[in-house]
Design a protein around this ligand. Structure first.
Ligand code: 3HC
Length: 295
């Protein structure tokens, strides 16, 4: 398949990343089917896309006409067969559990066209292992976006052991069509490149606070104003979702060893469902003003 042959894109999962990827594809002019397991999830993702497009229009980053047209190109769906039949590219952004992905991939294999290219937005799981749940591992690769997808430039394009060069070419060109900058990742190692660096940084920040060495505000102030990151590391954790960082760390801990042990402070946030912006509370309280990192 060539990029010119792509008309229809399916995004599986309407959560933070799924709806953001669907928005990016629709803004680039593609018809997008966005699927989640129930009407409530898919509607919530659709509402988030509408909010984001209107925000971009409000700030004159796109016209209101383009925002409305992009929203019109998104079809929210629950039925898996309707979501993947006749599609050209499937981008999976379902929760980071191997069992969940395995079940979804079995359904995709049953209903998707043979020639469809299948990419995963996994944050860290092995592309090779995931590809083995599909009928066409050579047409499978990683396409890793960053949160929030509509604002972040980078896309990691990750090869598994079975991935064809042609598949990587198409996904790389598609990322460019989306207005992004793809970077090819040749080694399918946990966390790929960005999360291998970024998630341990966020974990180390948690250990500092957990061990009483610094406060959340002190850490964020230094990472934001001293290290030049756009957000403090706790603000960033709340942006990506504390559950996401925790799952990446759990996986890196299993595969790479003790240096990646998730900090109990992060585990506690996940247990208390204080997942960050998406639940209204994480390290900061977004219902009462959110982060206000001192300079
Ligand atoms: N759509 C539209 N508008 C959005 C938005 C979205 N999805 N998300 C935020 N905004 C809006 C906000 O509502 C706010 O609007 P307001 O000014 O009216 O209140 C505005 O954008 C925020 O703009 P700011 O001027 O305050 O901030 P910037 O524009 O300078 O930057 C940012 C925002 C791009 C999010 C920047 O802070 C940033 O780059 N942060 C770091 C994000 C990052 O590193 N992400 C990667 C994390 S790792 C990851 O995702 C991998 C995963 O696998 C874990």
């Amino acid at each position: 398949m060539e990029t010119d042959d792509i008309n229809s894109i399916t995004v599986l999962g309407a959560g933070n990343m799924g709806h953001g990827i669907a928005e990016v594809a629709a803004l680039a002019g593609y018809d997008v089917r966005m699927r989640d397991i129930n009407q409530e999830f898919v509607q919530s993702g659709y509402d988030d896309i509408e909010w984001s497009l209107n925000k971009l229009a409000e700030k004159d980053q796109i016209s209101q006409e383009d925002a409305d047209a992009a929203l019109d190109r998104v079809t929210p769906l629950v039925d898996i067969e309707e979501s993947v039949s006749d599609t050209d590219v499937i981008i999976e952004a379902v929760p980071e559990k191997m069992e969940i992905k395995e079940d979804v991939y079995a359904e995709v294999s049953e209903h998707a066209p043979d020639q469809a290219i299948f990419a995963t937005n996994t944050s860290s799981l092995s592309i090779t292992d995931l590809s083995e749940f599909t009928d066409h591992p050579e047409q499978f690769c990683g396409m890793h976006f960053f949160n929030p997808p509509v604002r972040m430039q980078l896309v990691e394009v990750i090869s598994g052991e079975h991935t064809d060069e042609a598949t990587l070419d198409v996904i790389e060109e598609l990322a460019e069509e989306f207005g992004k900058t793809p970077v090819r990742v040749h080694r399918d190692s946990p966390g790929f490149i960005v999360n291998r660096i970024l998630v341990p940084l966020m974990n180390e920040a948690c250990w500092l606070v957990h061990e009483g060495e610094a406060t959340i505000e002190e850490v964020d102030s230094t990472t934001k104003y001293g290290m030049g990151l756009p957000m403090g590391s706790f603000e960033l954790g709340d942006q990506v979702g504390n559950d996401v960082s925790y799952h990446v760390l759990e996986y890196m801990h299993d595969v790479l060893g003790d240096a990646y042990e998730p900090c109990p402070l992060l585990a506690e946030k996940v247990e208390n469902e204080e997942l960050g912006k998406k639940t209204g509370k994480g390290f900061y309280d977004y219902e009462n003003g959110g982060a206000d990192v001192p300079s």
